[in-house]
Structures are given as structure tokens and as C-alpha cells.
Ligand binder design. Structure first.
Ligand code: OX2
Length: 815
């Protein structure tokens, strides 16, 4: 039932109709009079009303999709970090004012109601969140684009800080059910693992028969992706693994109950947990099973639907379907599509290969060697016998072609192989099997072309392109910073909110000089800082000073992201205050948050250090209100939405050349924070957009880092010996300064004994200098607000709407 006013056209809702429907629904859900209802009932009722409205539109969209009038884009990703959906749906439906006013009148606390939704943590960080932003933008722009991934039973662990250390707790996000998914058991498909492959001649043609395999059922759960105030409703399809039969009956009947149960749990284990590492490759069999699971199931449904539309034929598939693979986790799309085309559809190899390449495009998200996937050949061969044969054939033909075209380059040719050193190189498979390979920021794409994949670039120069990441302003600015949204509307009109139109925020530029405007901007920031301070007081009992600068670094904890550099600088400030408590410094609050992979011992040491320092600093009466450090536990999308709007300094301090793009940097910028960062990833493009006067940059360039790494010449000990500040700080890490049991030998050794892989000491002095410069600018509030306004005005290019438009033009060519 759609909530429509009978007297007006479809989709026009009146507040009165909504009010009635809401009260009725709450009573249905609770079985009680509205006055007796709990926040939970109210949440469930609103979620149901929203779903009823959206599913009506969804059905219309799905039938459009079945007709295949437009080219469809499918994002294959092992992670989709969608965050809470209720408010986003309400806003995208255009119901926000109606809902806010009605709930207010009924005495319902809308914020508390939203907090009833368990934030689905089906991703680790940037990679999965990017997919969620892309889904939002694709729908907002009216493109047919859908997600395909895994419905993990447990999302990323919940992080608690106990005795200053990270403790991981299971995230049971489905505990109370999830109202925004629709399970489609009739669309379940079988995924086959292990077994043998036999060849058989049928009608003069060789056929490959896969037998004795272990079947697993993939059951799809669809979540609607509603476009911003338009008619588009796309789908995010997440697959859940089930045994084909709940028990293996024959085994069960023979009395082998435990064995039957074991099969069940083996099948279900595939979609049980999200691997909690964002940049590490573990090579675990279960992960390989997961990768094939959503690839196989996803492709099966797409192919089935296409053939239904195309009278049973796969001809023309690449003209109607784009398979976009998000990093290499779905790279098995290449051999799996080949298997379908060759084995099941009977195409000749060359034609099938041409169709496969034309259908698939690939985005790389990192150049860190430890994240590049390489599976042991025997593991792939055993788990996926037919898929492996196809990989072998792709590899054989590729190397043959290379040796034919470049006979003098045998070494280079071999270095590009998919199969070498006993391993399957997934990035090579992805590049060889796609028509498009892109990095996620200009600098990253340059590094891919010139370093990481330079041999491939020499062979396929036209395949390489670049699309800079973006984030959805609808969640990360309009939704989470309503004060700013209203100020922008009042100042330059509302056109900037139209999807794809965020660059018209440049109209704000003249107002950057306007004192009245800047005052309003400052007031909004102040209110957002107070909101965050309230949250931190309630959840952690720490009292913040909203007059201090809010300096924020929130992201996964990783050595290359250098949270360590940040905290060493905090210790420096603390030392300065200890020796001169009356030092004239601008009061500052350092806010950090982020999870470390449970097995990443070093990153967990950094978390412990941050918390130990915070404890010490926050409890030292000497520092008074001048310095505070907070580590906010369990960073996730919902917490992020409170933090970004409150930030004044955005710390983006990765070792240059290591952060592919970053997307947090963009979320901060949209909310008026000034970037303090290295020239890395998309920071470079932020600097270009705002001009060097409106950003604080420091540190080694990517070329300098590259040169040190290839030619040597960096000695961290020399830096240490020439800087007495560092001598004092590093000494404090190991001399009991932070308490008897609070030594940090591992960190100390990494910096001095192991020559500081991430150049923390090398960049320390320039970092301290730029921090001082930023603090001094802050003293001039007029100047600061002006810079903030300029940042907001230029943030339009970092909307994911722009990214999607770039992909459309450069990669998918939907139109
Ligand atoms: C991240 C990258 O580290 C980050 O720089 C980028 O902004 C994000 O992906 C989205 O493109 N896992 N996470 C990433 O890469 C991998 C692998």
C-alpha cells in the first residue's frame, strides 16, 4: 500500500495520510494502543511504511529491467558497507519534512527511532563504503546499476576498548531481523565446489562434465536502492549460503547425525563472516570459497535473466551488461563467464573471450603488495577444477600471444603470467580479462601505469584509465549536516542538491568574503562540535572543550596511514605543556577512531598507545583545557556521520604513494574541515581544487618515497639523532613514562631498528611545522572560515555522482 492522498495524483503524500498510516502501523506492529508503543515499535512501523512505498516503485523498475531497454551495470564486490538505511530512504523519498514534523507532533524522538536500526557492517572501510556511495549515486542519476555481494551473518566485529586495548566482539546485526531485505528463495542457485571434471564427446563436440561436486545453495536477499527523489529503484543483491538440503538425508538415516550436521555448517560457513582485514591477503580456503560463491551465483542470475529476455541466446550480452569488479576479489568473474559461454552456451573460445573482455571492467584499490591476491594453484585446482582449467587456458593463450608479438621480451612476458611461482595472480587475471582497468585517483592511476602494472600498461595502453573516487553528499553532508545544508540553500538556492549538480556549489565562492555568511558557517560548526561533544560525554564520559580546534583522524588503523605520526605529535605537545604549562598554544582536541584487523598486532599496539596517551593527557591537571585526546571506539558509518560535520582539521597523513585515494578526506572537505595532509591519493586533487593556500600540506612526495625505497639513502637513526624532541618522545615509549606496564618496544623498534618503513620520523619535523601553521591560522577566525567556505565550494567534484558520470563516459558507456 502506498501512502497516497486519494484526491491527488500518485506519490503526493499528505501529512495527514502519513500520520494516520503511521499510527495504524505502530498499532499493528505492537498489538497495543499507540500511546503504549516503544521506540522499537515505532522504528519497525516507519521501516515498513517506507518499504511498502519503495517496493511499489521497485516492482515497476524490475519490470523495466526485465525488458533490458537499458544497459545494466552490476557491481561485484565482496563488501558493501551500506550503513543505516531508514533515514536515507525517508530523505530519498522526499518524506523528510513530513516525517520529522509528524513524529515531532506525536512526541516521537526521530533520532532515537533511527538508532534502533543496527548499522550493517558488511565491509571493512573505504572499499566497501565506496560501493555503497556508488549505489546511491547510480540510482540518484537514474542509471540501472545493481550491487552483487555476500549477506554475511556477522558483519565487521564491534570494537570495545578495555584497558586501553582493542577487544573484538561479534557483530550480530540480524539479531532483531532486518526490515529492508526481501528473501527470494525461488531465485536460489547452486554453486559447485570440488569434484572431478570429465570430458565427453557429444555430437562431435567435446563437453566438460563436472561431477562428484559439493553443492551449496546460494539464496538471494534483495535490498532496494532508492534514487534521490526520482523513480529509480535499483537492487543490492546479497547471497546467503545454505545446504542444498537441510540435512543430508542418506547420511542422517544411517545414523551419522554429526556428519550430516557438519555438511550443513560447512555450507553455511561460506556466508558466516566478513574477513576483518582490509589490506591483507590471507590465502584461506574459506575466502576463496566466498569469492567464487558470489561470483558464480551473481553471474548465473544475470545470465538467466539476459537469456530470458534474448530468446534463450547470449548473443549481444556485452551490449546490455557491464560486470564491474571491485578490486580482485571478484576476478573469478573472468573464468566463470568464460565457462558459461564456452561450456554451457557452446561459443568458440575466441568469441567467448571477446564477449568476456567486453563485459568486464576492473577497478584496483591499492598498491600495497600485501593486499595483492595470489592463490596457491593447488588450492584453486582442487576447489574449482573446471574454472582452474579455464584459467590455465587463458594463461596459455596469453603467454603465447605475448611471445608471438614480443619474442625478444620473454622475461617480461612471463612476469605478466596469471600462473607463476605456483600461484594464481588475481590482478593479472583481472587485467587480462577486462576492457578497462582504473585506479581511484590520478596519482594512484599514475602509479599503476608507471610502477605496479607498468608491463601491462606497455602492452594495453588503451585499457588503462582513471576515475577519482567520490562520496555521496546526500548521506555525508545533506543528511548528516542539516544546518549546513540549510545555510547553503538560503545562500545560493537549492539547485546544487540536484544529483550530478554539486559543482554548482562554486556559487558560494563570493560569500567566502562575507562576514555574515562566515559567522553563520562558524555557528553551524560550533553546533556540530557540541553535538559530538555530547555524544562523547554520553558514551565515554570525557568532557570536550568546544572552543578548542577539533582535529580528527578517523579511518582503519594501518601503519601506512600513520596514526603513529599523529600521536607522536600529541606527545610532543604534551611535553611542551609539561615544561611550560602557560605556553601560548591554541587549545586542541585530537579525535581518533578506527578498527585494527584482529591479527594486525602492530596496529593494535598503535591503538593501545593512543589510549594510553589519552589517559595520561586527559588526567593531567597541568594541561587544563589546552589538550585533549579521545579515541572513539567502534568507528562505523553511523559514528562517522556525527564526527565529520564536527571536524575542523582533517588529518590525511599517509606515506605518499600508499593511500590509493581516500574518501574520508572528501567527507571532511564537504563539511568544511581543512585538510592537513601529505600529497597522496585524492589529497592531491583536493589541493588542486582549493589551491595551496586553502590546504595544509607537508612531507615527502611520492617520488621521494619511491626513490628512497628503490635506491636507499634513508636512515631513520640519523633523523632521530639530530632531533632532541624525537629522542625524548621515543625514550618515553620504552622508559616507563606511561606506566610500568605501558611500554611500546615494538613501535620503538620499528622506527629505529627496522629503519621506519613508513617514514614517520622523516616526516615528523615538517608535520610539527604544519600543525603550528594551522594553529596560527585558526587564531584568525575570519581567515579560517573563509578557507572553510572555499573548501565547501570546491567539494562538488568529490561527489560520487561525478565519479559515476566519469565511469559512465570512460568505462560503461551506458547511454
Ligand atoms: C581502499 C583504499 O585503501 C583507499 O585508498 C580507497 O579510497 C578505497 O579503497 C576506495 O577506493 N581495501 N580498501 C581499499 O583498498 C583495499 C584493497
Amino acid at each position: 500500500m502506498a501512502i497516497t492522498d486519494k484526491n491527488t495524483k500518485h506519490k503526493v503524500k499528505t501529512k495527514e495520510a502519513f500520520r494516520k498510516a503511521f499510527i495504524k502501523k505502530v498499532e499493528e506492529v505492537s498489538g497495543e494502543d499507540f500511546s503504549e508503543s516503544t521506540t522499537r515499535h515505532q522504528y519497525e512501523a516507519l521501516a515498513e511504511l517506507v518499504m511498502e512505498e519503495i517496493t511499489a516503485e521497485w516492482a515497476v523498475n524490475n519490470s523495466r529491467l526485465h525488458k533490458m531497454e537499458e544497459k545494466q551495470i552490476y557491481f561485484f564486490s565482496i563488501e558493501f558497507l551500506i550503513g543505516r538505511l531508514l533515514k536515507a530512504y525517508v530523505n530519498n523519498l522526499g518524506w523528510d519534512t513530513m516525517v520529522e514534523e509528524t513524529l515531532d507532533e506525536l512526541g516521537v524522538d526521530y533520532e532515537a527511532l533511527q538508532a534502533e536500526e543496527h548499522d550493517p557492517a558488511l565491509g571493512n572501510g573505504g572499499l566497501g563504503r565506496l560501493m555503497a556511495c556508488f549505489l546511491d549515486s547510480t540510482a540518484a542519476l537514474g542509471f540501472p546499476g545493481h550491487g552483487n555481494g555476500i549477506r554475511y551473518k556477522y558483519g565487521l566485529f564491534e570494537q570495545k576498548i578495555i584497558n586501553n586495548e582493542q577487544v573484538e566482539v561479534a557483530d550480530i546485526w540480524l539479531k532483531n531481523g532486518y526490515p529492508f531485505e526481501i528473501v527470494k528463495p525461488d531465485k536460489a542457485v547452486v554453486v559447485k565446489y570440488n569434484g572431478d571434471v570429465r570430458m565427453e564427446e557429444v555430437n562431435g563436440k567435446m563437453q566438460f562434465i563436472h561431477e562428484n561436486y559439493d553443492p551449496v545453495l546460494a539464496v538471494p536477499y534483495d535490498i532496494p536502492v532508492k534514487g534521490y527523489r526520482n523513480d529509480t529503484v535499483n537492487s543490492l543483491r546479497l547471497w546467503s549460503a545454505k545446504p542444498v538440503e537441510d540435512f543430508d538425508l542418506s547420511t542422517f538415516n544411517q545414523g551419522h547425525f554429526l556428519k550430516a550436521m557438519q555438511r550443513k555448517s560447512e555450507a553455511e560457513s561460506i556466508s558466516q563472516i566478513l574477513y576483518p582485514s582490509d589490506h591483507g591477503f590471507e590465502g584461506k580456503l574459506l575466502r576463496l570459497k566466498q569469492e567464487y560463491f558470489f561470483v558464480c551465483a551473481g553471474l548465473k542470475r544475470i545470465v538467466r535473466r539476459y537469456k530470458k529476455h534474448n530468446h534463450g541466446s547470449m548473443d549481444g550480452f556485452p551490449d546490455k551488461i557491464c560486470i564491474h569488479i571491485n578490486d580482485t576479489h571478484p576476478a573469478l568473474c573472468v573464468p566463470e563467464l568464460m565457462r558459461i559461454l564456452v561450456d554451457e552456451e557452446g561459443y568458440d573460445w575466441d568469441i567467448a573471450w571477446d564477449m568476456t573482455i567486453k563485459s568486464i571492467s576492473f577497478t584496483n584499490h591499492t598498491v600495497l603488495p600485501e593486499a595483492l591476491e595470489k592463490w596457491p594453484i593447488d588450492m584453486v585446482q582442487k576447489l574449482l577444477p573446471r574454472v582452474y582449467q579455464i584459467i590455465e587456458e587463458i594463461n596459455r593463450r596469453f603467454i603465447n600471444d605475448m611471445n608471438w608479438f614480443y619474442p625478444e621480451q620473454v622475461d617480461r612476458n612471463y612476469s605478466m603470467a596469471i600462473l607463476k611461482d605456483g600461484q594464481v595472480h588475481m590482478a593479472h587475471l583481472a587485467i587480462i580479462g577486462s576492457h578497462s582497468v582504473n585506479g581511484v585517483a590520478e596519482l594512484h592511476s599514475k602509479i599503476l601505469r608507471e610502477e605496479t602494472f607498468k608491463d601491462f600498461y606497455a602492452v594495453f595502453p588503451d585499457r588503462f584509465t582513471s576515475v577519482t573516487n567520490g562520496v555521496t553528499q546526500r548521506r555525508f553532508m545533506m543528511g548528516s549536516n542539516p544546518g549546513l545544508k540549510t545555510l547553503l540553500d538560503d545562500t545560493i538556492g537549492t539547485d546544487w542538491k540536484k544529483p550530478g549538480n554539486m559543482c554548482s556549489l562554486e556559487a558560494l565562492l563570493p560569500h567566502a568574503e562575507d562576514a555574515a555568511f562566515c559567522k553563520k558557517l562558524a555557528d553551524i560548526k560550533r553546533a556540530n562540535k557540541e553535538r559530538l561533544a555530547k555524544y562523547i560525554k554520553e558514551t565515554q564520559g570525557i568532557i570536550l572543550n568546544p572552543d578548542s580546534i577539533f582535529d580528527v583522524q578517523v579511518k582503519r588503523i594501518h601503519e601506512y596511514k600513520r596514526q603513529l605520526l599523529n600521536i607522536l605529535h600529541v606527545i610532543l605537545t604534551y611535553n611542551q605543556l609539561r615544561s611550560n604549562p602557560n605556553a601560548d598554544i591554541v587549545p586542541k582536541t585530537y579525535i581518533l577512531a578506527g578498527k585494527a584487523a584482529p591479527s594486525y598486532v602492530y596496529a593494535k599496539e598503535v591503538i593501545r598507545l593512543i589510549n594510553v596517551v589519552a589517559d595520561r593527557v586527559n588526567n593531567d591537571p597541568l594541561v587544563k583545557d589546552k589538550l585533549k585526546v579521545v579515541f572513539v571506539p567502534n568507528f562505523n558509518v553511523s559514528v562517522a556521520e556525527i564526527i565529520y560535520p564536527a571536524a575542523e582539521i582533517s588529518e590525511q597523513i599517509s606515506t605518499a604513494g600508499k593511500e590509493a585515494s581516500g574518501t574520508g578526506n572528501m567527507k571532511f572537505m564537504m563539511n568544511g574541515a581543512l585538510t592537513l595532509g601529505t600529497m597522496d591519493g585524492a589529497n592531491v586533487e583536493i589541493a588542486e581544487a582549493v589551491g595551496m593556500d586553502n590546504i595544509f600540506t607537508f612531507g615527502l612526495s611520492d617520488t621521494e618515497v619511491y626513490n628512497y625505497n628503490t635506491h636507499g639513502g634513508y636512515r631513520s637513526l640519523e633523523v632521530y639523532e639530530s632531533d632532541s624532541r624525537l629522542q625524548e618522545i621515543l625514550g618515553q615509549l620504552i622508559n616507563g613514562f606511561f606506566g610500568e606496564s605501558a611500554g611500546f618496544q615494538m613501535i620503538y623498534d620499528s622506527l629505529l631498528l627496522h629503519n621506519d618503513t613508513y617514514f614517520v620520523l622523516k616526516d615528523f619535523a615538517p608535520y610539527v611545522d604544519i600543525q603550528d601553521i594551522a594553529s596560527n591560522v585558526y587564531r584568525d577566525q575570519k581567515q579560517w572560515q573563509k578557507m572553510s567556505a572555499i573548501n565547501i565550494a570546491h567539494s562538488g567534484i568529490f561527489s560520487s555522482d561525478r565519479s559515476i558520470e566519469d565511469y559512465e563516459k570512460r568505462v560503461w558507456k551506458v547511454k
